[in-house]
Design a protein around this ligand. Structure first.
Ligand SMILES: NC(=O)c1ccc[n+]([C@@H]2O[C@H](COP(=O)([O-])OP(=O)(O)OC[C@H]3O[C@@H](n4cnc5c(N)ncnc54)[C@H](OP(=O)(O)O)[C@@H]3O)[C@@H](O)[C@H]2O)c1
Length: 334
């Protein structure tokens, strides 16, 4: 097979969205040991991509960003015979270099998409849905009757996690920025939604205190970080759990462990990849996700599909808090 060049988006250096440059003659990678070559139909945009772009999470530059995509396998690297994957399979994957028409990805993190699930839905729910599923089982195992505080509940992870928390029988208190997001998250079934950017919502820990009758919530899922961490500590109950899993507003400053003592709080700082490190774990959670999608139990929201050459705009939109649900890139839209 000869595919000499492709279209791709390169982060030339660390910086703002402007460092994302669209190239039309980027070399197509050769799949290495254990890798398959995928022609991407849709690539997912995740907030983590902005951390690699800004350098908050260090990575060598120039770099093709993007941690997931769906598409079709067009080549098999050496050592993939046992993977069960074949050329022509419709797949979704987790890896690196997703903002491109073609990506060489580990076979171990690539999985066939069931027939009832479209390419768009598979990738729009993949990293976000696996994060929501693993965190609500492994970082804090949500039980019926729990009261859970979820920040950024209208975002890509938040949209799916709200539904998963409700399906587990939890009472959900969501925080969001803006009245449209309040309506959206209420419609998803959240019991209470606070606009933490509004005048009355600014004291959201006070509102959580009122809602819980002074008891506090059983657990907080906090991916906002810098602007919410103190309120999250205030909002959790005695012997409660805080799961910090992201930095949308910036990283949490160094935290004295003694801050946890007065209420005997437990904290977790997980990453999705720590929960799907083995092929069995990856398959287990992917199957659970596909099952929820196929049955219609989990609804996916795709806000916008951008052409590859508009990746920079997509980053601007995501960081300016304008978006709800998922943003995707499409390689062959041009
Ligand atoms: N640990 C892991 O393995 C893992 C895996 C996946 C995702 N994550 C984390 O989960 C979070 C959500 O990721 P996502 O891709 O689904 O993004 P997203 O939630 O769709 O977008 C981020 C949201 O964060 C909120 N936000 C609050 N303060 C912000 C600020 N100063 N600047 C920008 N946004 C701000 C905004 O919602 P409001 O306007 O409603 O506040 C924004 O829409 C991120 O922190 C990400 O790093 C972690």
């Amino acid at each position: 097979m000869s595919i000499p060049t492709q279209r791709a988006v390169i982060a030339t250096t660390v910086g703002g969205p402007e460092v994302l440059q669209y190239r039309t003659e980027h070399p197509v990678p050769e799949p290495q040991e254990g890798q398959v070559l995928v022609k991407n139909a849709f690539s997912g945009i995740n907030f983590i991509d902005t951390y690699f772009r800004t350098g908050l999470y260090p990575s060598p530059k120039p770099e093709i960003l993007g941690r997931e995509a769906s598409g079709v396998i067009v080549g098999l690297g050496p050592g993939t015979g046992e993977s069960g994957l074949n050329v022509g399979d419709r797949v979704v994957w987790l890896g690196t270099s997703g903002y491109a028409e073609y990506t060489a990805v580990p076979a171990a993190r690539t999985i066939r998409i069931p027939s009832g699930v479209t390419d768009e839905v598979a990738v729009a729910s993949f990293m976000s849905g696996l994060t929501a599923l693993t965190l609500t089982q492994e970082a804090y195992d949500v039980k019926p009757g729990d009261c859970i505080l979820l920040h950024a509940a209208a975002g890509s992870v938040g949209y799916l996690m709200t539904q998963i928390l409700k399906s587990k029988g939890a009472t959900v208190i969501g925080t969001v920025g803006g009245p449209e997001k309040v309506t959206l998250v209420k419609n998803l079934g959240a019991d209470h939604v606070i606009d933490y950017r509004s005048e009355e919502g600014k004291d959201w820990p006070g509102i959580v205190d009122e809602i819980t009758g002074g008891r506090g919530v059983d657990a907080v899922f906090d991916s906002v970080g810098k602007s919410t961490w103190e309120g999250s500590i205030a909002s959790v109950k005695r012997k409660g759990v805080i799961v910090w899993f992201g930095n949308a507003s910036g990283p949490i400053p160094p935290l004295l462990l003694s801050r946890l003592s007065p209420k005997c709080i437990k904290i977790a700082r997980p990453t999705l990849f720590g929960y799907i490190a083995t092929r069995d774990e990856f398959q287990h959670y992917s199957s659970e996700l596909f099952q929820l999608l196929s049955s219609g139990e989990l609804k996916v929201s795709i806000q916008k599909v951008y052409p590859l050459d508009k990746a920079s705009q997509a980053h601007q939109d995501l960081e300016s808090r304008k978006t709800v649900g998922k943003l995707l890139l499409k390689g062959d839209i041009l």
